[in-house]
Ligand binder design. Structure first.
Ligand code: NAD
Length: 286
Protein backbone atom coordinates (compact mmCIF):
# COMPACT_ATOMS: atom_id res chain seq x y z
CA UNK A 1 0.00 0.00 0.00
CA UNK A 2 1.20 3.52 -0.71
CA UNK A 3 1.33 6.15 2.07
CA UNK A 4 -1.87 8.11 1.57
CA UNK A 5 -3.39 10.84 3.78
CA UNK A 6 -6.67 9.62 5.37
CA UNK A 7 -8.72 12.14 3.37
CA UNK A 8 -7.33 10.70 0.12
CA UNK A 9 -7.90 7.06 0.91
CA UNK A 10 -10.15 5.64 -1.79
CA UNK A 11 -12.46 2.79 -0.98
CA UNK A 12 -11.58 -0.55 -2.53
CA UNK A 13 -13.59 -1.37 -5.63
CA UNK A 14 -14.41 -5.03 -6.05
CA UNK A 15 -14.12 -6.25 -9.64
CA UNK A 16 -15.94 -9.17 -11.23
CA UNK A 17 -14.06 -10.27 -14.36
CA UNK A 18 -16.18 -11.92 -17.06
CA UNK A 19 -14.24 -13.78 -19.75
CA UNK A 20 -11.68 -14.66 -17.08
CA UNK A 21 -9.70 -17.26 -19.03
CA UNK A 22 -9.28 -15.10 -22.13
CA UNK A 23 -6.40 -12.82 -23.15
CA UNK A 24 -8.15 -9.78 -21.69
CA UNK A 25 -9.57 -11.66 -18.70
CA UNK A 26 -6.18 -12.92 -17.51
CA UNK A 27 -4.64 -9.47 -18.05
CA UNK A 28 -7.46 -7.91 -16.02
CA UNK A 29 -6.94 -10.41 -13.18
CA UNK A 30 -3.21 -9.60 -13.12
CA UNK A 31 -3.83 -5.84 -13.13
CA UNK A 32 -6.44 -6.10 -10.33
CA UNK A 33 -4.10 -8.24 -8.21
CA UNK A 34 -1.27 -5.74 -8.71
CA UNK A 35 -3.35 -2.69 -7.79
CA UNK A 36 -3.68 -1.05 -4.38
CA UNK A 37 -7.31 -0.03 -4.63
CA UNK A 38 -9.05 -2.93 -6.41
CA UNK A 39 -10.01 -6.39 -5.20
CA UNK A 40 -11.09 -9.45 -7.13
CA UNK A 41 -14.74 -10.15 -6.31
CA UNK A 42 -15.27 -13.05 -8.70
CA UNK A 43 -14.03 -14.43 -12.03
CA UNK A 44 -16.42 -15.93 -14.55
CA UNK A 45 -15.97 -17.89 -17.76
CA UNK A 46 -18.21 -19.91 -20.05
CA UNK A 47 -20.19 -22.84 -18.81
CA UNK A 48 -18.75 -26.17 -19.96
CA UNK A 49 -15.40 -24.57 -20.77
CA UNK A 50 -12.07 -25.72 -19.33
CA UNK A 51 -10.82 -24.43 -16.01
CA UNK A 52 -14.09 -23.88 -14.17
CA UNK A 53 -13.23 -24.22 -10.47
CA UNK A 54 -9.57 -23.32 -11.02
CA UNK A 55 -8.09 -20.70 -8.71
CA UNK A 56 -7.68 -17.25 -10.34
CA UNK A 57 -4.13 -16.91 -9.02
CA UNK A 58 -3.15 -20.27 -10.50
CA UNK A 59 -4.81 -19.24 -13.77
CA UNK A 60 -2.22 -16.50 -14.25
CA UNK A 61 0.71 -18.56 -12.94
CA UNK A 62 0.72 -17.22 -9.38
CA UNK A 63 -0.09 -18.74 -5.98
CA UNK A 64 -3.75 -19.43 -5.12
CA UNK A 65 -5.78 -16.43 -3.93
CA UNK A 66 -8.99 -18.22 -2.93
CA UNK A 67 -11.11 -16.93 -5.83
CA UNK A 68 -12.22 -19.70 -8.16
CA UNK A 69 -13.39 -19.44 -11.77
CA UNK A 70 -17.16 -19.89 -11.83
CA UNK A 71 -19.54 -20.30 -14.78
CA UNK A 72 -22.31 -18.21 -13.27
CA UNK A 73 -22.30 -14.41 -13.06
CA UNK A 74 -23.86 -13.36 -9.73
CA UNK A 75 -23.16 -9.63 -9.38
CA UNK A 76 -23.17 -8.27 -5.83
CA UNK A 77 -23.86 -4.69 -4.81
CA UNK A 78 -20.61 -2.81 -4.31
CA UNK A 79 -18.95 -4.67 -7.20
CA UNK A 80 -18.31 -3.54 -10.77
CA UNK A 81 -18.65 -6.11 -13.55
CA UNK A 82 -15.91 -5.86 -16.20
CA UNK A 83 -16.94 -7.92 -19.23
CA UNK A 84 -14.51 -8.78 -22.04
CA UNK A 85 -15.93 -12.08 -23.25
CA UNK A 86 -18.12 -13.03 -26.19
CA UNK A 87 -20.91 -11.07 -27.91
CA UNK A 88 -23.39 -13.91 -27.36
CA UNK A 89 -22.85 -13.59 -23.59
CA UNK A 90 -23.58 -9.87 -23.38
CA UNK A 91 -27.40 -10.04 -23.14
CA UNK A 92 -27.29 -12.34 -20.15
CA UNK A 93 -24.52 -10.37 -18.43
CA UNK A 94 -26.50 -7.17 -18.95
CA UNK A 95 -29.63 -8.79 -17.44
CA UNK A 96 -27.69 -9.93 -14.38
CA UNK A 97 -26.22 -6.46 -13.82
CA UNK A 98 -29.68 -4.89 -14.20
CA UNK A 99 -31.29 -7.34 -11.80
CA UNK A 100 -28.72 -6.63 -9.09
CA UNK A 101 -28.22 -2.91 -9.81
CA UNK A 102 -24.50 -3.33 -10.47
CA UNK A 103 -22.39 -1.05 -12.75
CA UNK A 104 -20.97 -2.58 -15.93
CA UNK A 105 -17.78 -1.86 -17.88
CA UNK A 106 -18.31 -3.52 -21.25
CA UNK A 107 -15.49 -4.09 -23.73
CA UNK A 108 -16.79 -7.04 -25.74
CA UNK A 109 -16.96 -6.19 -29.45
CA UNK A 110 -19.03 -7.51 -32.36
CA UNK A 111 -22.36 -6.85 -30.62
CA UNK A 112 -25.61 -7.09 -32.56
CA UNK A 113 -27.77 -4.02 -33.11
CA UNK A 114 -30.38 -5.44 -30.71
CA UNK A 115 -27.76 -5.84 -27.99
CA UNK A 116 -26.49 -2.29 -28.58
CA UNK A 117 -30.06 -1.04 -28.09
CA UNK A 118 -30.50 -3.19 -24.98
CA UNK A 119 -27.36 -1.55 -23.55
CA UNK A 120 -28.86 1.93 -24.05
CA UNK A 121 -32.10 0.78 -22.36
CA UNK A 122 -30.24 -0.78 -19.44
CA UNK A 123 -28.20 2.42 -18.98
CA UNK A 124 -31.39 4.12 -17.81
CA UNK A 125 -31.21 1.96 -14.70
CA UNK A 126 -27.52 1.22 -14.13
CA UNK A 127 -24.27 3.03 -15.04
CA UNK A 128 -22.52 1.47 -18.05
CA UNK A 129 -19.19 2.39 -19.64
CA UNK A 130 -19.12 0.96 -23.15
CA UNK A 131 -16.15 1.42 -25.48
CA UNK A 132 -14.76 -0.42 -28.47
CA UNK A 133 -11.27 0.71 -27.43
CA UNK A 134 -10.48 1.23 -23.76
CA UNK A 135 -6.97 2.59 -24.37
CA UNK A 136 -6.57 5.97 -22.70
CA UNK A 137 -4.13 6.96 -25.46
CA UNK A 138 -6.50 6.08 -28.30
CA UNK A 139 -9.36 7.90 -26.59
CA UNK A 140 -7.22 11.00 -26.40
CA UNK A 141 -6.01 10.54 -30.00
CA UNK A 142 -9.66 10.57 -31.16
CA UNK A 143 -10.23 13.82 -29.34
CA UNK A 144 -7.03 15.39 -30.68
CA UNK A 145 -7.99 14.27 -34.18
CA UNK A 146 -11.35 16.01 -33.87
CA UNK A 147 -9.72 19.11 -32.45
CA UNK A 148 -7.17 19.28 -35.29
CA UNK A 149 -9.79 18.63 -37.92
CA UNK A 150 -12.08 21.33 -36.61
CA UNK A 151 -9.23 23.83 -36.48
CA UNK A 152 -7.71 22.93 -39.88
CA UNK A 153 -10.89 22.31 -41.86
CA UNK A 154 -11.17 19.98 -44.80
CA UNK A 155 -8.62 21.82 -46.97
CA UNK A 156 -5.86 19.88 -45.16
CA UNK A 157 -5.83 16.34 -46.54
CA UNK A 158 -6.44 13.77 -43.79
CA UNK A 159 -4.90 10.30 -44.23
CA UNK A 160 -4.89 7.48 -41.68
CA UNK A 161 -2.56 4.47 -41.75
CA UNK A 162 -2.72 1.59 -39.29
CA UNK A 163 -0.54 -1.48 -38.62
CA UNK A 164 -1.73 -4.64 -36.86
CA UNK A 165 -0.45 -8.20 -36.41
CA UNK A 166 -0.68 -10.65 -39.29
CA UNK A 167 -3.67 -12.52 -37.80
CA UNK A 168 -6.11 -9.62 -37.73
CA UNK A 169 -8.93 -10.28 -40.18
CA UNK A 170 -10.73 -6.95 -40.59
CA UNK A 171 -9.00 -4.09 -42.39
CA UNK A 172 -8.82 -1.17 -41.86
CA UNK A 173 -9.21 -1.47 -38.09
CA UNK A 174 -12.34 -0.29 -36.29
CA UNK A 175 -10.20 2.24 -34.44
CA UNK A 176 -8.85 3.69 -37.72
CA UNK A 177 -12.39 3.99 -39.08
CA UNK A 178 -13.61 5.68 -35.89
CA UNK A 179 -10.65 8.05 -36.13
CA UNK A 180 -11.67 8.89 -39.70
CA UNK A 181 -15.26 9.40 -38.60
CA UNK A 182 -14.11 11.79 -35.85
CA UNK A 183 -12.10 13.79 -38.42
CA UNK A 184 -15.07 13.90 -40.81
CA UNK A 185 -17.62 14.87 -38.19
CA UNK A 186 -15.46 17.62 -36.70
CA UNK A 187 -15.17 19.34 -40.09
CA UNK A 188 -18.78 18.88 -41.22
CA UNK A 189 -18.31 15.93 -43.55
CA UNK A 190 -20.27 12.69 -43.74
CA UNK A 191 -17.63 10.00 -43.26
CA UNK A 192 -19.36 7.38 -45.44
CA UNK A 193 -19.30 9.83 -48.37
CA UNK A 194 -15.61 10.78 -48.13
CA UNK A 195 -13.80 7.66 -46.88
CA UNK A 196 -11.39 5.96 -49.31
CA UNK A 197 -9.84 2.63 -48.31
CA UNK A 198 -8.35 1.61 -51.66
CA UNK A 199 -6.90 3.93 -54.29
CA UNK A 200 -5.72 1.21 -56.64
CA UNK A 201 -8.92 1.19 -58.71
CA UNK A 202 -9.62 4.94 -58.67
CA UNK A 203 -6.92 6.02 -61.16
CA UNK A 204 -7.42 9.70 -60.46
CA UNK A 205 -5.81 12.44 -58.35
CA UNK A 206 -6.93 12.84 -54.78
CA UNK A 207 -10.31 14.51 -54.50
CA UNK A 208 -10.65 17.35 -51.97
CA UNK A 209 -12.54 16.36 -48.80
CA UNK A 210 -11.50 12.70 -49.05
CA UNK A 211 -10.28 10.88 -45.94
CA UNK A 212 -7.95 7.94 -46.69
CA UNK A 213 -7.92 5.01 -44.26
CA UNK A 214 -5.53 2.11 -44.94
CA UNK A 215 -4.54 -1.05 -43.13
CA UNK A 216 -1.12 -2.77 -43.07
CA UNK A 217 -0.68 -6.26 -41.62
CA UNK A 218 2.50 -7.83 -40.27
CA UNK A 219 4.32 -9.39 -37.35
CA UNK A 220 2.90 -9.13 -33.87
CA UNK A 221 1.97 -5.44 -33.74
CA UNK A 222 -0.78 -4.84 -31.17
CA UNK A 223 -1.86 -1.74 -33.06
CA UNK A 224 -0.37 1.47 -34.44
CA UNK A 225 -2.39 4.36 -35.83
CA UNK A 226 -0.98 7.37 -37.65
CA UNK A 227 -3.18 10.29 -38.63
CA UNK A 228 -1.68 12.79 -41.06
CA UNK A 229 -3.03 16.21 -41.88
CA UNK A 230 -1.20 17.27 -45.04
CA UNK A 231 -1.34 20.97 -45.83
CA UNK A 232 0.47 23.28 -48.26
CA UNK A 233 4.11 23.29 -47.13
CA UNK A 234 3.49 21.61 -43.76
CA UNK A 235 2.23 18.37 -42.26
CA UNK A 236 0.95 17.35 -38.85
CA UNK A 237 1.15 13.74 -37.67
CA UNK A 238 -0.59 12.25 -34.67
CA UNK A 239 0.65 8.77 -33.78
CA UNK A 240 -0.43 6.19 -31.22
CA UNK A 241 1.56 2.97 -30.78
CA UNK A 242 0.26 0.21 -28.53
CA UNK A 243 3.05 -2.00 -27.13
CA UNK A 244 1.07 -4.01 -24.60
CA UNK A 245 -2.47 -5.39 -24.48
CA UNK A 246 -2.56 -4.37 -20.84
CA UNK A 247 -3.43 -0.82 -21.96
CA UNK A 248 -7.01 -1.98 -22.62
CA UNK A 249 -7.24 -3.65 -19.21
CA UNK A 250 -5.79 -0.59 -17.46
CA UNK A 251 -8.27 1.68 -19.26
CA UNK A 252 -11.17 -0.64 -18.36
CA UNK A 253 -10.12 -0.69 -14.70
CA UNK A 254 -9.81 3.09 -14.72
CA UNK A 255 -13.39 3.09 -16.00
CA UNK A 256 -14.40 0.63 -13.24
CA UNK A 257 -12.97 2.89 -10.50
CA UNK A 258 -14.73 5.87 -12.06
CA UNK A 259 -18.13 4.24 -12.55
CA UNK A 260 -18.35 2.64 -9.09
CA UNK A 261 -20.29 5.58 -7.63
CA UNK A 262 -21.89 7.07 -10.77
CA UNK A 263 -25.59 7.53 -11.48
CA UNK A 264 -27.23 5.34 -14.11
CA UNK A 265 -26.25 6.43 -17.61
CA UNK A 266 -24.47 5.47 -20.81
CA UNK A 267 -20.85 6.57 -20.62
CA UNK A 268 -17.75 6.23 -22.79
CA UNK A 269 -14.03 6.73 -22.19
CA UNK A 270 -14.33 10.48 -22.86
CA UNK A 271 -16.53 10.68 -19.78
CA UNK A 272 -14.08 8.57 -17.78
CA UNK A 273 -11.19 10.86 -18.75
CA UNK A 274 -13.30 13.94 -18.02
CA UNK A 275 -12.98 15.16 -21.61
CA UNK A 276 -16.68 15.77 -22.33
CA UNK A 277 -16.70 18.54 -24.90
CA UNK A 278 -13.33 19.78 -23.59
CA UNK A 279 -11.04 21.09 -26.38
CA UNK A 280 -13.82 21.16 -28.96
CA UNK A 281 -15.81 23.96 -27.29
CA UNK A 282 -12.74 26.14 -27.08
CA UNK A 283 -12.06 25.83 -30.80
CA UNK A 284 -15.67 26.65 -31.64
CA UNK A 285 -15.55 29.73 -29.41
CA UNK A 286 -12.57 31.26 -31.26
P1 NAD B 1 -10.49 -14.43 -25.83
O1 NAD B 1 -11.12 -15.29 -26.86
O2 NAD B 1 -9.05 -14.60 -25.50
O3 NAD B 1 -11.31 -14.58 -24.45
C1 NAD B 1 -12.71 -14.60 -24.35
C2 NAD B 1 -13.06 -15.34 -23.09
O4 NAD B 1 -14.46 -15.22 -22.86
C3 NAD B 1 -12.73 -16.85 -23.17
O5 NAD B 1 -12.07 -17.28 -22.00
C4 NAD B 1 -14.10 -17.48 -23.29
O6 NAD B 1 -14.16 -18.80 -22.75
C5 NAD B 1 -14.94 -16.51 -22.47
N1 NAD B 1 -16.38 -16.64 -22.67
C6 NAD B 1 -17.03 -17.06 -23.78
N2 NAD B 1 -18.36 -17.12 -23.55
C7 NAD B 1 -18.54 -16.72 -22.27
C8 NAD B 1 -19.69 -16.60 -21.45
N3 NAD B 1 -20.91 -16.88 -21.90
N4 NAD B 1 -19.51 -16.14 -20.18
C9 NAD B 1 -18.29 -15.88 -19.70
N5 NAD B 1 -17.15 -16.00 -20.43
C10 NAD B 1 -17.29 -16.40 -21.71
O7 NAD B 1 -10.78 -12.94 -26.30
P2 NAD B 1 -10.06 -11.59 -25.81
O8 NAD B 1 -8.95 -11.24 -26.70
O9 NAD B 1 -9.82 -11.66 -24.34
O10 NAD B 1 -11.22 -10.53 -26.11
C11 NAD B 1 -12.49 -10.65 -25.50
C12 NAD B 1 -13.43 -9.58 -26.08
O11 NAD B 1 -12.93 -8.28 -25.76
C13 NAD B 1 -13.53 -9.62 -27.61
O12 NAD B 1 -14.84 -9.26 -27.97
C14 NAD B 1 -12.55 -8.54 -28.05
O13 NAD B 1 -12.82 -8.01 -29.31
C15 NAD B 1 -12.78 -7.53 -26.95
N6 NAD B 1 -11.70 -6.56 -26.75
C16 NAD B 1 -12.06 -5.28 -26.55
C17 NAD B 1 -11.12 -4.32 -26.29
C18 NAD B 1 -11.57 -2.92 -25.99
O14 NAD B 1 -10.72 -2.05 -25.71
N7 NAD B 1 -12.88 -2.66 -26.00
C19 NAD B 1 -9.76 -4.66 -26.23
C20 NAD B 1 -9.39 -6.00 -26.44
C21 NAD B 1 -10.38 -6.95 -26.70
Amino acid sequence: MTDTPDSDIQRMVSIIVVGARGRMGTTLIREVMDSDDLSLGAVVDRSGGPGIGQDAGRLIGRPDIGVRVTDELKPRRGCVVVDFSLATATDNNLRQCLEHGVPLVLGTTGLSEETELAIFDAAEQIPIVHAANFSVGVTLLQRLAALASRALGSSWDAEIVELHHRYKKDSPSGTALRLGAAVAEASGRRFSEVVVTDRSTLNQPRVAQEIGVYGMRGGDSIGEHTLMFCGEGERIELIHRARDRAIFARGALRAARWIADKKPGYYDMNDVLGLGEFLLDEVVEQ
